[in-house]
Design a protein. Structure first.
Length: 189
């Protein structure tokens, strides 16, 4: 009788069968509790989403097929090496005369790679995305030791090859030279 709208018993029946052109995302069973896309759609978030999609695409095209749950650090390394073909950073080989030159004066046939900084940032985003998508931290392939070691290796190699130091250097302003000390003008009262 009393139809008080108190009890919010919105029984959501499963009527999801009608989504025709919805490619079957393999059972994302996690209750998508992340209350509808945080307002901070920053560049970082966008980039992270794009990276995650790229990695998903990579898994999809992988031969033999690879699912995220079976993905290990070794697969992540495979992915990183695969990305090198799209790299734009020249990494000189040891026999190149420009080995160690940050700004070579001429072209050389050395390969283009992904810069260490890009890979490092990419792994950071994918690592976060993995856990946001319900992955367990201890099973995070992007946090695997092998990946960490690989990144360190790439950093050292590129630092030598490109003559660039990745040491954390504070961006300090060029030291201002004190103006040449002129003698005080004579006769200043
Ligand atoms: Zn070179």
């Amino acid at each position: 009788m009393d139809s008080v709208g108190a009890g919010d018993s919105s029984n959501s029946e499963n009527t999801i069968t009608n989504s025709s052109n919805n490619y079957n995302n393999t059972s994302i069973a996690t209750s998508s509790s992340s209350s509808a896309a945080a307002p901070t759609s920053s560049r970082y978030e966008n980039q992270k989403r794009r990276d995650w999609n790229t990695f998903g695409q990579y898994l999809k095209n992988h031969r033999p097929p690879l699912s995220l749950s079976r993905c290990s650090g070794a697969h992540v390394l495979e992915f990183l090496r695969y990305l090198d073909q799209f790299g734009k950073t020249k990494v000189h080989t040891q026999i190149c005369p420009f080995f160690g030159h940050p700004n070579p004066p001429a072209p050389c046939p050395c390969p283009l790679r992904q810069a260490w900084g890009s890979l490092d940032a990419l792994i950071g985003r994918l690592r976060a995305a993995f856990e946001e998508h319900g992955g367990k931290p201890e099973a995070n392939p992007f946090g695997a030791r092998a990946v960490r070691l690989y990144l360190r290796e790439v950093r050292e190699l590129q630092a030598k090859a490109r003559g660039i130091s990745y040491e954390k250097k504070k961006r300090k302003r060029p030291v201002q030279q004190p103006p040449p000390s002129l003698p005080p003008p004579p006769g200043s009262i």
